[in-house]
Design a protein around this ligand. Structure first.
Ligand code: ADP
Ligand code: MG
Length: 696
């Protein structure tokens, strides 16, 4: 068979998708499952039994012996617990069984997952519930069933539930607007394509670095003589071993129905990117989780390690995840497509206005959605977008909005002006060639690209926030428009008001410049520099009202998530601090002692021979002083950790970690990195940046 033919057969071969369902399920079962999927109605047990049985037979054909409910707890990674299909028959033999009940509901012990106080210890039970909107698949001998995870009391304990709820909210509110435009669409959903950045390093190097092993990033490492300054890596030729990896990865992803499409080298040495073709947001979230998992596993086969940490190496670019987001209808339209026909453009402008208003009013939530200890190394540093949220529209589209805002006699000539204004739109597409790469939230032709996300994070959070805040603005617009006497005029008024009141969020310039930081401050935009500054905004009354109004999260759920995020934050830094101490005390300081001894011995011997050892003694004294500096930095870090341990209040604790502990850790690193530049490579206890970044 041709390669293309093979590929066609390979694609989705391990997914229980629409095609398989149609082929294998009895007609009636298929119909009622479809109804459940499209309308969110409940699946009766009888249908579930039939589906489960067909699924099981299909999975066994694909080599599965087990099944697992696959869910996304608040750890940000996925969880699974495998049960076999085996059921004894009583005569010593077995049959393979899988019931509808097992498909629909699981009862994992929830006590080992973060719950932020939601799960009382006496109620450890949690439930996983099948999410039929995401396809089941076979991986490593198990049938994976995507599920939502909640507590005994029904509170969401996962990243998926709020996302699904937010998609409902967006659907409800967007349909209200579409109806007013006479659309026949029955369903609206967010589409997401996430570009995944990652590093590849040799497994042999990785294993020698306790910091990479335990924290995913290097806690030590002097700047190598060569970094990314020659700009020779971005889109550069892909090295053969990396190419092999990418090919293998593609195959695995394709068989799981993930349409990996674009692969290229990224800015930093050993850094790469993978982008899939976009899909419905809930599917995109599941698929991104799977992608990260498969990336790690395939790397192992190639004796490589895939680093998904946001900042594996200091001094060179970190890794992010660009979240491309748009709104689609079941009738095949993209609502963020400016379009060529002016008469459909008021609708585009209305959705655009909703997004601008949403981003401005909920800057804090978007910022929180990308906040983590790891991402703090990127945001605001000179590579990723700044910590300040703004929207890039490009000059033409900005002009369109400004002219709508400025037309004072707009009312009387609404239609005419609107047309002449929007006739700019087809032209503005040319503006996209001049794409702004520094904006955290950029319009890129027919979608927005949210660029703050960290590479390792679940994309669920940013997308449930985006869906919810846009749903809220659409709700406000729909409330007004449904009662409007003059539809067109009211739209114009809404857009004008939105531009007037929210234009401070629009910025088309260089987001990395110091001028922008100053300008943003003048405009009153938030600049939440790190996770601990950002997190308190999550639980503000305004945001609790938003989440509860749309049924995304209850007040209790918001608070529990806040608690989980704070706890996750200080725990990560605590592990890093302890690892820093461990490496400094048990590897670096002993290595320096050894090297000092060698130099001292040699100096003594030469002194005995009557040679001039002045320089040697100077160097020794300096080296010894550097060692002392490291030891005193280590002592300070020890103290800081001990103090942190004694703080009970989570907010206070996180604050302490974000300042005192991080500063103490940096001081240890600086002292150790200084030593790395003078101690002989023979004595340095682990591979250096040059070894790791340029050898592969
Ligand atoms: P770039 O690196 O220039 O930003 P890429 O081609 O690497 O662009 O990635 C663009 C991403 O945007 C892809 O994942 C693509 O599928 C996705 N995308 C394109 N159109 C949409 C859309 N309507 N909704 C969501 N994502 C989209
Ligand atoms: Mg991009």
């Amino acid at each position: 068979m041709s390669n293309a033919g093979n590929l066609k057969e390979l694609f989705s071969s391990l997914v229980f998708n629409e095609r398989v369902m149609k082929e294998r399920l009895p007609k009636e079962t298929y119909k009622s499952l479809k109804k459940t999927i499209s309308e969110g109605s409940n699946l009766d047990l009888e249908t579930a039994n039939v589906v489960a049985n067909v699924m099981k037979d299909w999975a066994i054909e694909k080599g599965a012996t087990h099944f697992t409910h696959w869910f996304q707890p608040m750890t940000g990674i996925t969880a699974e617990k495998h049960d076999s299909f085996i059921s004894p028959t009583g005569d010593g033999s077995i049959i393979m069984e899988f019931s509808g009940k097992e498909l629909i509901k699981g009862e994992p012990d929830a006590s080992s997952f973060p719950s932020g106080g939601l799960r009382a210890t006496f109620e450890a039970r949690g439930y996983t519930a099948w999410d039929p909107t995401s396809y089941a698949f076979v991986k490593e001998g198990s049938l994976f069933i995507p599920t939502a995870f909640c507590s005994y009391g029904g509170e969401a304990l996962d990243k998926k539930t709020p996302l699904l709820r937010s998609m409902e909210a967006l659907n409800t509110q967007a349909l209200r607007i579409l109806k007013l435009f006479g659309s026949t669409a029955k369903r609206v959903y967010a589409t997401v394509g996430s570009e995944q950045e990652y590093f590849l390093v040799e497994e042999a190097d990785f294993k020698k670095r306790e910091d990479l092993l335990l924290t995913g990033r290097t806690l030590f490492g002097a700047k190598p003589p060569k970094g990314q300054e020659l700009e020779d890596h971005y889109f550069g030729t892909i090295k053969p071993n990396v190419m092999e990896y990418m090919k293998d990865l593609d195959k695995e992803l394709w068989s799981l129905g993930i349409s990996a499409k674009t692969e290229h080298n990224e800015v930093a040495p050993s850094q790469h990117e993978l982008a899939p073709i976009f899909s419905a947001a809930n599917l995109a979230v599941d698929q991104n989780q799977l992608t990260m998992d498969v990336m790690r596993k395939v790397a192992k086969k190639h004796k490589l390690v895939c680093l998904l940490h946001e900042k594996p190496f200091a001094g060179i670019n970190g890794s992010g995840k660009h979240n491309n987001w748009a709104i689609a209808t079941d009738t095949g339209e993209n609502l963020l497509e400016p379009g060529k026909t002016p008469e459909s453009n008021p609708r585009f402008l209305l959705f655009l206005a909703a997004i601008i208003k949403a981003v401005n009013e909920y800057q804090d939530l978007l910022r929180v959605s990308a906040a983590s200890a790891a991402n703090d190394h990127r945001l605001g540093a000179n590579e990723a977008p700044p910590a300040i949220i703004s929207v890039y529209l490009g000059s033409e589209l900005t002009n369109v909005l400004e002219s709508i805002e400025a037309s004072k006699d707009y009312t009387s000539k609404a239609q005419e002006k609107m047309k002449s204004n929007v006739s700019f739109i087809p032209e503005f597409i040319k503006d996209n060639t001049d794409r702004n790469r520094t904006s955290p939230f950029a319009f890129t032709g027919n979608k927005f690209e949210f660029r703050m996300l960290g590479s390792s994070q679940s994309i669920s959070g940013p997308n449930f926030v985006l869906n919810t805040i846009v749903a809220e603005e659409l709700r406000q617009f729909a409330d007004v428009l449904e009662k409007a006497k003059d539809f067109e005029k009211t739209i114009a008024e809404i857009i004008r008001k939105v531009v007037k009141e929210n234009k401070q969020i629009i910025f088309n310039g260089n987001n990395y410049s110091d001028e922008w930081t100053a300008e943003a401050k003048r405009r009153g935009l938030l600049n939440l520099k790190n996770t601990v500054e950002a997190l308190p905004y999550f639980v503000s009354q305004k945001n609790i009202d938003l989440f509860t109004a749309h049924g995304i999260l209850t007040e209790k759920e918001v608070h529990s998530r806040h608690e989980i995020l704070l706890e996750g934050y200080w725990k990560v830094i605590n592990i890093e601090a302890l690892t820093t101490l461990d490496i400094a005390k048990k590897q670096i300081i002993p290595a320096v002692y050894k090297y000092l001894d060698v130099v001292a011995e040699s100096t003594l011997r030469r002194q005995k021979l009557g040679l001039n050892v002045e320089t040697d003694i100077d160097a020794l004294a300096k080296l010894s002083a550097q060692k002392d500096a490291l030891q005193s930095a280590v002592a300070k870090l020890d103290k800081a950790i001990a103090k942190a341990k004694g703080i009970d209040d989570t907010s206070e604790k996180s604050n302490f970690y974000s300042k005192t502990v991080i500063d103490a850790m940096s001081a240890v690193r600086t002292a150790a990195d200084d030593l790395e530049t003078v101690v002989s490579v023979e004595y340095w206890p682990f591979p250096t940046y040059s070894d790791i970044l340029f050898r592969i």
